[in-house]
Design a protein around this ligand. Structure first.
Ligand SMILES: NC(=O)c1ccc[n+]([C@@H]2O[C@H](COP(=O)([O-])OP(=O)(O)OC[C@H]3O[C@@H](n4cnc5c(N)ncnc54)[C@H](OP(=O)(O)O)[C@@H]3O)[C@@H](O)[C@H]2O)c1
Length: 344
C-alpha cells in the first residue's frame, strides 16, 4: 500500500512515519512537507537512523502536496493544524481515503464548530460523509469510510470510559473531567509558554470549561447516546513530554453501581486489545507511554463513580489511533504495526 503523511515534520506526522515504517502492509511512504520540500527526511528527524526503501518513490526527501497527488496514494494522513488541513487535503477528497488528525471534520454541527473554532467548518459539503474515528466505538462505520476524522487526545481519553456508561444509562447528568497532559499535546511550537524554563516544576490550568475545544467534541459524542449529557472539562499542562491522565467524576443513575459500569465496559470492549479496564487499581500514564492503549480504572464513592483514564497523546491520542483506523478501513487486523506494550 502507498501511504502519504502530510505535515510530516510535526510531532504527530513524525510519529506516523515511524509507525508506518514498521507496518507490514505499507510498501511505499510519501512524507509531505510545506516547509521542507526537497530536503532529506532524516535531516528533520535524525532519530530515524536513516530512511528505508519504503521512501524509494520520493528519493528519501520531503515532497510537495501536488507531487504527492500525482503519485496517487491509497491513503493520506493529514497531520496539519485545524482549518489548514481541509484546505491542503482538497486534491485528495473523493480520490483516496483521508484520515484527518485535525478537528476539521470532527463536529458536524456548524454552530458548535464555530463556537469552538471561531468560524464555520471549512468544508461543510464533506461533513455528512466524515466518520468520527473513535476506533473502538465507530468500528463498523470506519470500515466503510473514505474520510475519517481522528479524535482529539483528551477526547479519546475521556470518551473511552464514558460512552458505554451514558449509552447504557449507568450514569447520568454532567461529567466533571480534570485532566493533565504532556506538552507535546500543543504541537511542535516555538513559544515561550511551552519552553522548559516556563514549564518545568510547574503545573497550570488552561482553557477551563468550554474554552477548551475538546469540551465541545466530548459533549457532541456523548449527546449522540445521551441527549442530556454535559461535561465540565478542566485541562492542565504538566512537565512531561508525552501522555495524559483524565480523572472523570460522574453520578451513577438511581440503583446503579460500579458493577453495572463493569458490565457496560465489558460489553463495549471485550476482544478489543487497545482498551483495558484495570479494576480498582488506577493506572499510571507511564504504563501506556508509547503504546496504543487507553487504560482506565474506577472506584465507587457513594453515588459517584471516580474513573482515571490514561493514554499517550501522540499514540492512542493521535497517530496510533489513526493507523488503527487505517487497519480497520482496509480490513487488516486492527493491531497491525501498533505497539501494545509501553515503551518506557
Ligand atoms: N500533538 C498531539 O498530541 C495531538 C493529539 C491529537 C491530535 N492532534 C492534532 O494533529 C494535528 C497535528 O498536530 P501536531 O501536534 O503534530 O502539530 P505540529 O507539531 O505543530 O505539526 C503540524 C505540522 O503541520 C504543518 N503546518 C503547520 N502550519 C501549517 C499551515 N498553516 N499550512 C500547512 N501546513 C502547516 C507543519 O509541517 P510542514 O512544515 O512539514 O508542512 C507542521 O510541522 C493538529 O491538528 C492537532 O490538533 C495533535
Amino acid at each position: 500500500m502507498k501511504v502519504a503523511v502530510i505535515g510530516a515534520t510535526g510531532y504527530t506526522g513524525m510519529l506516523l512515519l515511524r509507525l508506518l515504517e514498521g507496518h507490514p502492509r505499507v510498501s511505499d511512504l510519501l512524507a509531505v512537507s510545506s516547509s521542507k520540500p526537497g530536503e532529506p527526511i532524516d535531516s528533520e528527524d535524525p532519530g530515524l537512523g536513516g530512511v528505508s526503501g519504503k521512501y524509494a518513490l520520493s528519493g528519501g526527501v520531503f515532497l510537495t502536496t501536488d507531487r504527492t497527488a500525482e503519485l496517487k496514494p491509497d491513503v493520506v494522513f493529514s497531520a496539519l493544524p485545524h482549518l489548514a488541513s481541509a484546505r491542503v487535503c482538497a486534491p485528495f477528497f473523493g480520490n483516496t481515503v483521508v484520515i484527518d488528525l485535525s478537528a476539521d471534520f470532527r463536529i458536524k454541527d456548524r454552530a458548535i464548530f464555530a463556537q469552538a473554532y471561531g468560524q464555520e467548518p471549512p468544508r461543510p459539503d464533506l461533513l455528512d460523509q466524515a466518520v468520527y474515528g473513535l476506533a473502538e466505538w465507530h468500528t463498523e462505520a470506519i470500515r466503510r469510510a473514505d474520510l475519517i476524522a481522528n479524535p482529539g487526545c483528551y477526547t479519546t481519553c475521556s470518551l473511552t470510559p464514558l460512552l458505554p456508561l451514558y449509552r447504557d444509562g449507568v450514569v447520568t447528568g454532567r461529567a466533571i473531567i480534570s485532566a493533565v497532559s504532556g506538552i507535546s499535546g500543543a504541537g511542535k511550537k516555538t513559544d515561550l509558554k511551552y519552553s522548559l524554563v516556563e514549564r518545568a516544576e510547574s503545573v497550570v490550568l488552561y482553557s477551563p470549561g468550554h474554552q477548551h475545544r475538546h469540551s465541545q467534541e466530548i459533549e457532541t459524542e456523548l449527546r449522540f447516546v445521551a441527549p442530556d449529557a454535559s461535561v465540565l472539562f478542566n485541562p492542565h499542562l504538566v512537565p512531561m513530554k508525552r501522555s495524559m491522565e483524565a480523572t472523570l467524576v460522574v453520578d451513577l443513575a438511581p440503583g446503579k453501581t460500579l458493577a453495572d459500569a463493569e458490565v457496560s465496559w465489558r460489553s463495549a470492549y471485550a476482544g478489543r486489545p487497545f482498551v483495558r479496564y484495570t479494576g480498582a487499581r488506577m493506572p499510571a500514564s507511564g504504563e501506556v507511554w508509547g503504546s496504543n492503549r487507553c487504560d482506565f480504572g474506577a472506584q465507587q464513592d457513594g453515588q459517584s463513580l471516580i474513573i482515571s483514564s490514561v493514554l499517550d497523546n501522540l499514540v492512542k491520542g493521535a497517530s496510533g489511533q489513526a493507523v488503527q483506523n487505517m487497519n480497520l478501513r482496509f480490513g487488516f487486523d486492527e493491531t497491525l504495526g501498533l505497539p501494545l506494550s509501553n515503551q518506557v
